[in-house]
Design a protein around this ligand. Structure first.
Ligand code: UDP
Length: 453
């Protein structure tokens, strides 16, 4: 009977238009759908998800007004700022139409929006719909982004080179170089974005893709300053079945290749969907990996090299040198790769999804953050959880070779593997009945249910 009532309620999801944000939002949709809700995903033209990956959802596209010039600039802060201006009216109109035309047996009960798509809140509010915020980065990122606002008033910003190695006052364990700085530094519109992203406005709750024991002291600290409940319900991917949300086509040949490799022998190398490097770094990376003699999978996606969509940029003689010891793909089925028994290490840019996926599969990391929250996560991986080592200096083949061997062969790497396996077990407890994530998810469902009773 209860199930019958639940099946007649619809949740509208508004993901932010980047891979690392779309994926957790669709995973949340999958979880809510499995609990009886119908789902509509409202998304921009830019980076629109493939509806055929989730035939159980409805998809509604809204115009985003982004020019090719803005998109190709790669300036994420600018793109998000534009989206919040350009999408406000189209979203309001789209939501109003959905409400006006809705079947009474399939009524919209709330809007869940990515913290960066804050334009969604006013539309929900005007239509008297409740709204909830989804946060897709770590709690440590939230704390350190807010610290940027304080550092600005204290005169530390713009950051100066001589202090980059110094600890940030009042922000253990971060150094200035670990702060979540955008590719383009800390412009005013970035600080404004932080203010908007962490303002809960009239929204009823915050759903967070994190696990409480991983960030234990931080979540209560944030909750103290937040007037609505915070529900840490991560890692979301553990609840959602393996349906893909990739914007690029996954190359599954690497799984066949992995099947022929020894347990724990392969290092998986991927810098996610946005991080990039220059050609010289790519060459050093290629030879460092090759010289380590460790088998590896390397994701060389279009755009990995600054300003180039080419992927055929590997150094001459490299492919011959590595032979069958490596598998290069444009985009991998990452979760499947990380859960494969042959994978024993992950060279990662430390995006939050990748970090959670690595912890969930017990795979220790080499951290090479590029910008933003990746720096924060890398510091946590290497200095708080101690499940990885960070490559901090200029990329150089000898250093890379040593780092790969430290992680994959040396005792130090074995200790990190043991520690991350312990975290993996704790994550499994959290998602089981009675665990913290399981309970938080139930509380989230109770809250959404209260919106119509
Ligand atoms: N990913 C993937 N295949 C790849 C590289 C990445 O499926 O070859 C996925 C990965 O599993 C993760 C997401 O893309 O879920 C990247 O998100 P993350 O937060 O780690 O980094 P971002 O791309 O936002 O920098």
């Amino acid at each position: 009977m209860v199930e019958q009532v639940w099946r007649s309620r619809r949740v509208v999801l508004v993901p932010c238009s980047f891979q690392g944000h779309i994926t957790p939002m669709l995973q949340l949709g999958t979880i809510l759908h499995s609990k009886g809700f119908s789902i509509t995903v409202v998304h921009t033209q830019f980076n629109s998800p493939n509806p055929s990956n989730n035939p159980e959802f409805r998809f509604q596209i809204i115009p985003d007004g982004l020019s090719n010039h803005v998109i190709s600039s790669g300036n994420i802060v600018e793109i998000i700022s534009f989206l919040n201006v350009n999408c406000e009216v189209p979203f309001r109109e789209c939501l109003a139409l959905m409400v006006n035309q809705q079947d009474p047996s399939d009524e919209i009960v709330c809007v869940i929006y990515d913290e960066l798509m804050f334009f969604s809140e006013s539309a929900a509010n005007q239509l008297k719909l409740q709204s909830i915020i989804l946060r897709t980065t770590s709690a440590a990122t939230c704390i350190s982004r807010l610290a940027l606002l304080r550092l600005k008033t204290e005169g530390h910003i713009p950051l100066r080179d001589p202090i980059m190695q110094d600890p940030v006052p009042g922000l253990h364990p971060f150094r200035f170089m670990d702060l979540p700085i955008s590719k383009f530094g800390i412009p005013e519109n970035y600080l404004q974005l932080i203010i908007n992203a962490y303002n809960t406005r009239t929204s009823s709750a915050v759903i967070w893709n994190t696990v409480d024991f991983l960030e234990q002291s931080l979540l209560p600290q944030i909750q103290q300053q937040c007037h609505v409940p915070i529900f840490p319900i991560g890692p979301l991917h553990k609840f959602a079945p393996a349906s893909s949300s990739s914007l690029l086509m996954e190359d599954t040949n690497c799984i066949t290749w992995l099947n022929s490799q020894a347990p724990n022998s392969v290092i998986y190398v991927s810098l996610g969907s946005l991080a990039s490097m220059d050609r010289k770094e790519l060459v050093e990376m290629a030879w460092g990996l090759a010289n380590s003699m460790q088998p590896f999978i390397w994701v060389v996606r279009p755009g990995l090299i600054n300003g180039s969509e080419e992927i055929d940029l590997l150094p001459e003689g490299f492919k011959e040198a590595v032979g069958g010891n490596c598998c290069i793909v444009k985009w991998a089925p990452q979760k499947e790769v990380l859960s494969h028994g042959a994978v024993g290490g992950f060279w990662s840019h430390c995006g939050w999804n990748s970090t959670l996926e690595s912890i969930s599969e017990g795979v220790p990391m080499i951290c090479r953050p590029c910008f933003g929250d990746q720096r924060v996560n890398a510091r946590y991986v290497s200095h708080v959880w101690r499940i990885g080592l960070q490559l901090e200096n200029e990329l150089e083949r000898g250093e890379i070779e040593k780092a790969v061997r430290r992680l994959m062969v040396d005792k130090e790497g074995e200790q990190m593997r043991q520690r991350i396996k312990n975290l993996k077990e704790k994550v499994e407890l959290c998602i089981r009945e009675g665990g913290s994530t399981y309970n938080s998810l139930n509380n989230t469902l109770e809250l959404i249910k209260s919106f119509w009773f």
